[in-house]
Design a protein around this ligand. Structure first.
Ligand SMILES: Nc1ncnc2c1ncn2[C@@H]1O[C@H](COP(=O)(O)OP(=O)(O)OP(=O)(O)O)[C@@H](O)[C@H]1O
Ligand SMILES: [Mg+2]
Length: 465
């Protein structure tokens, strides 16, 4: 795409001359006669450069400059000045203009300045995208997802991020719970305060309380000094309690107290400590069931469940799969400093057919592994792990024919088994199962009908890991 240049000048001759000369050099030029129209154009589209006359009817160039830069701080603005306006031009440079040029000017010199400005523009844009990608590691930008279930997630995140409301994030392992928790914190008024994570399964129950609330010196064997717990470390910020469904009942009672009273006791302490902490919790367990089973306090569940966000498993957001693959390929390529473009069509078919029981984390691992193995920019099937290459979970037995069965009946049984297996493998998605079986979707549909296979029942079953 040619670079678009916006020329703002009221002099008819100048307008004509610039438009001709720039178009001849391959630029796409828009010419307007006053600053007001220029600002409107800038609101509508993106330009690579603005050439701005100082003397204009209505708002002059000096006034327009800050308004242009306000819209796009990295946009190079070159001022065009008449005789005796050098002073103004210097002021404009101080005000953020890229350069100025005096009329009448030599087109060749002008073209050189223009080219340099465009290069700088390209560079700042590259830096901007890069740093977005980098801070994307923690921010919102890096959460890939345009499928309807993910849009719902973003809508909820947007609603809750600027509040102090306790959030419960539910979802299977690897669906992005931690990523979402961090995004909420980063976008909250507490973003410049600590985000403290605690994985409740990683810590033995006997130590969890001290980890959360800290302890006083001598409160138990080994407690040689007073220690701050995670809640104190997170003061004014956010605490992320991961895998909260695995927390023991005694600790649950203490968490409930913090949620209700915003205070707690250190282990071995006699005075309560007050804190201002926002709590985000996550779990891959069904807490309703845990409450029924008596392993999770109902009152704590209600407190946590005030605002709950459910992350969909990857198999139910087929639309995001290709986007996530692209995202991880690009990221691996950057990380490994290795030119990687994409997967070959065959490899892509296998990736799209897999049911991803380990969700985004599994996908991320598969792509990173492929990226390491790849010796060409296009990664082929040989870079994929075995779990993607075969879909039959069981070792095939020698086929048998039951007494009274015909060869056709036996073949039908085998066919049914293979189709069920492919459907199980793809989480019941027929397009993908058809690909795995090397038949058209239409043919699969006919066979499913003929063989009386219950796709819904297969769909509801969790895929085997
Ligand atoms: N929508 C997404 N876009 C980009 N990356 C994602 C997305 N969802 C998850 N990831 C990545 O997948 C990995 C797993 O995500 P995360 O740790 O947030 O999941 P989790 O639900 O907390 O998993 P677990 O239950 O295993 O702890 C992370 O590396 C994360 O960056
Ligand atoms: Mg996690």
């Amino acid at each position: 795409m040619p670079d678009r240049i916006l020329v703002v000048d009221d002099d008819e001759q100048m307008k004509f001359m610039l438009a001709e000369a720039l178009a001849a050099r391959g630029y796409q030029v828009d010419v307007v006669g006053d600053a007001e129209t220029a600002l409107e154009r800038l609101d509508e589209g993106t330009y690579a450069i603005v050439l701005l006359d100082i003397f204009l009817p209505g708002m002059d160039g000096m006034e327009a400059l800050p308004r242009i830069l306000e819209r796009d701080p990295g946009l190079p603005v070159i001022l065009i000045t008449g005789h005796g306006t050098r002073e103004l031009a210097y002021k404009a440079i101080q005000g953020g203009a890229y350069d100025f040029f005096e009329k009448p000017f030599k087109m060749d010199e002008f073209a050189t300045v223009l080219r340099r400005a465009l290069e700088r523009r390209a560079l700042t844009q590259e830096v901007r995208t890069l740093s977005q990608q980098l801070d994307g590691a923690t921010g919102f930008a890096s959460i890939v997802g345009e499928s309807e279930p993910m849009r719902d997630v973003f809508r909820l995140v947007n609603k809750v991020m600027s509040t102090d409301v306790t959030v419960l994030i539910r979802g299977e392992s690897g669906t992005g719970k931690e990523l979402v928790a961090e995004a909420i914190h980063r976008r909250s008024p507490r973003h410049d305060k600590p985000f403290v994570k605690l994985n409740c399964v990683a810590i033995p129950e006997s130590l969890l309380e001290s980890e959360l609330f800290g302890h006083e010196e001598g409160s138990f064997t080994g407690a040689t000094a007073r220690r701050q717990g995670k809640f104190e470390q997170a003061n004014h910020g956010t605490i992320f309690l991961d895998e909260i469904g695995d927390m023991g009942l005694a600790t649950q009672a203490k968490i409930l107290r913090v949620l209700q009273e915003r205070e707690f006791d250190r282990v071995g302490g006699s005075e309560s400590v007050k804190v201002d902490v926002r709590v985000i919790a996550a779990t891959n367990k069904d807490l309703v069931k845990a409450v029924e089973d008596g392993t999770f306090r109902e009152d704590l569940y209600f407190r946590l469940n005030v605002f709950s966000i459910g992350l969909p498993p990857l198999r139910s957001r087929q639309g995001d799969l290709a986007r996530l693959i692209d995202h991880f390929v690009a990221r691996s390529s950057r990380k490994l400093a290795k030119p990687l473009d994409a997967f070959s069509p065959d490899a892509m078919n296998l990736l799209l057919a897999h049911a991803w029981p380990g969700n985004v984390r599994e996908l991320e691992n598969v792509v990173e592994r492929a990226a390491v193995l790849a010796d060409r920019p296009v990664m082929d099937v040989d870079c994929l792990p075995a779990q993607l290459l075969t879909f039959a979970g069981t070792t095939p037995e020698e086929p048998t024919i039951a007494p009274g069965q015909s060869l056709d009946d036996a073949l039908t049984d085998i066919e049914r088994q293979l189709i069920r297996s492919a459907l199980r493998h793809t989480g019941g998605v027929q397009t993908r199962a058809a690909k795995l079986l090397g038949i058209t979707e239409r043919s699969l549909w006919h066979r499913v009908k003929k063989l009386d296979i219950d796709v819904d029942e297969i769909k509801d079953a969790k895929p085997d890991a």
